[in-house]
Write a protein that binds this ligand. Sequence first.
Ligand SMILES: [Zn+2]
Length: 236
Amino acid sequence: MYHLFADSLAIIGQSALLIGIVWMKLIAEPSPKPRKILVVGAHPDDMEIACGGSLAKLSDAGHTIVGLIVSKGEQGGNSSSRLIEATKSSEFLGVNKVEIMDFPDTRLDQFVSEISRQIEVIVNELNPDMVFTHSIHDLHQDHKAVHDATLRACRNLSTILCYESPSTTKAFKPNVFVNIEQYIDIKIESIQEHKDQNKKRYVQPEQVYGKAIFRGTQAKLEKAEGFEAIRINLPI
Ligand SMILES: [Zn+2]
């Protein structure tokens, strides 16, 4: 197994060395070709918790980011507050646009085909170079449903990364890491924008720091976010 360590991103895997070099350039430096990135999450705070540091970093590098929230999170809090907070938090991270759908929180598994069709509309409009979504290794039925719907909608796209959440299982094994040492405070601030959720244990700053340090340790970095690559295909 090769270990590739970099300022920005590390990929661990025997076949990923060259891809890793391209990825370092993709995320670390202002891109000569701004990329379009789609982030799909089941609930209003999912993307900040999962990949807020990476999104802020990608935004700083000049890439265009569209966030897609599939439910308003009405079972987990006050949906009106949650949507306002999600919008503010996304803007803070540099997400260019947030689309909010209205599928029923906690019952997304009953609507996978319809969610997939609606994601596909956005995919056809945006034609993203890169997609982030939930991992299949997640106990939350909504997260699994969004994973399935996103993969179906993005079946013709070549770069898909799956992120972790507080409900991912031990089976979640990241093979792509983004160095967020310079972005951990921004990530924490973006999560704290979700005031409706501020009693949850996993949004506490020490929990977010702890996860970033744990993933950083796996990648020989100070602080990182980890992703499972479904596939990565970038011009080399
Ligand atoms: Zn969620």
